[in-house]
Design a protein around this ligand. Structure first.
Ligand code: ADP
Length: 266
């Protein structure tokens, strides 16, 4: 089992994939997990739940409310991480929203703006704040540090961040998730010499509430196009996220890793 002894921040971790990722960090020995979500209730609930499964005796859980599309909120979120944890080792930018299925010409501009604000601007703002904090940490060399151990960011993209899929027409979402891959690559290259690794994970059809959203379309037709013919479990996404955060991935930066049962290979 991987060991993740540092402090983690996971956005959108009150529900779904983010919550499972936060739980996995707690189980893997993290010193602390900051659960940040737009909903106070779910953030609180998730932080209590993950505390009950934490394996580090000194585990600290932190729950906070953030709208990742708002610069002030993001500043506050990172400020809390700093004041309560003192450092940030793993950041997972997972908060996101979907949209009803539609062709490009039919997307209302308000829907486009909202999806881009949360999924794209939100990751940009969070990553900026995290990179600043990690870069400042890394300016201080600690004895015995392996260079690669100095900070990992994982951005949640999507299979729709890599390709278009004809069974799921959500153009603003796909645009925002492609952008996440682009900003991941730019940051990976820009911060490699600061010993910060930046990677993206691209989930396929995952058995969570976002997929249960009725507006997305016919779920059985989606699954029939997946080579493995099944939903991905959120735990399977979390396993890849934790690997990318860990020392085992010390030379991995700038990748967009599909976790989709083979769908993006078709
Ligand atoms: P998935 O199925 O991909 O995990 P969910 O909808 O279950 O998606 O989870 C997305 C999480 O992101 C939810 O907990 C939701 O409250 C959170 N979220 C949505 N918008 C924002 C936002 N603007 N800022 C922070 N968190 C958000």
């Amino acid at each position: 089992m991987l060991s993740l002894p540092g402090f983690a921040l996971v956005t959108g971790s009150g529900n779904g994939i983010g919550r499972v990722i936060a739980r996995s960090f707690a189980k893997a020995g993290a010193a602390g997990v900051h659960v940040a979500d737009i909903s106070k209730e779910v953030a609180q609930d998730a932080s209590e739940e993950i505390t009950s499964v934490a394996t580090n005796p000194k585990f600290k859980a932190l729950a906070s409310v953030v709208d990742v599309s708002k610069e002030e909120d993001v500043k506050e979120m990172i400020g809390l991480t700093k004041s309560r944890f003192g450092r940030l080792d793993y950041a997972v930018n997972n908060a996101g929203i979907a949209e009803p299925a539609r062709l490009t010409a039919d997307v209302p501009i308000e829907v486009y703006d909202k999806v881009i604000a949360v999924n794209q601007r939100g990751v940009h703002l969070c990553m900026q704040a995290q990179l600043r904090m990690m870069r400042a940490q890394n300016a201080v060399q600690l004895d015995g540090d392996r260079p690669s151990a100095r900070g990992a960011i994982i951005n949640m993209s999507s299979g729709l961040g890599l390709v278009a899929l004809e069974e799921i027409m959500i153009p603003s979402y796909a645009t925002s998730k492609h952008a996440v891959v682009g900003m991941t690559r730019m940051a990976a290259v820009g911060y490699a010499q600061h010993n910060i690794r930046v990677n993206a994970v691209c989930p396929g059809y995952t058995s969570t509430s976002m997929m249960a959203n009725e507006g997305l379309g016919d779920v059985s037709s989606m699954i029939s196009r997946v080579p493995q013919r099944r939903f991905i479990l959120p735990e399977e996404i979390a396993d890849v996220v934790l690997f990318l955060a860990s020392e085992s991935a010390s030379a991995v930066t700038g990748v967009a890793w599909a976790v989709c049962g083979g769908r993006s290979a078709v």
